[in-house]
Ligand binder design. Sequence first.
Ligand SMILES: [Zn+2]
Ligand SMILES: [Zn+2]
Length: 151
Amino acid sequence: MRDARRMVERFHDAGRKVTPQRVAVVEIICSSTTHPTADMVFADAHRRLRVISQRTVYQVLTDLCDLGEIQCLNIGSGAARFDPNNDRHQHLLCDRCGQLIDIYLDLDGLLDESFEGFRASHADVVLRGTCRTCADDRGARRRAPSRADSH
Ligand SMILES: [Zn+2]
Ligand SMILES: [Zn+2]
């Protein structure tokens, strides 16, 4: 989990005011492990503060990305997802529930290679599939006897 206080200090260092709205968004994003969308962060911030606009939440998230404090992930599945994990890592994406899970793959060997003259500098790998919860759900439904089948 990231240190929310230090992230808030970055606003101060960048010459910006430390407002309750900024603090709330930072605390939410620092304590999240789900790679929330801006709408999810807004819902949470609104529950805490009441007086916060969607626009403010978007702006704080954009500022944090600009400051290099969080990552904005465009994984091609709708809204951008925000990630406080700044360690180099990759993601597993569940096609059913949209859950995004951190994984650490060793891609250094791949990046050292030259592909017909093309030199790779970094890799954003997203492995798509079904998470354990969704796979279990499906299995349970298939095993459950249904009334329609019983006659
Ligand atoms: Zn899932
Ligand atoms: Zn991540």
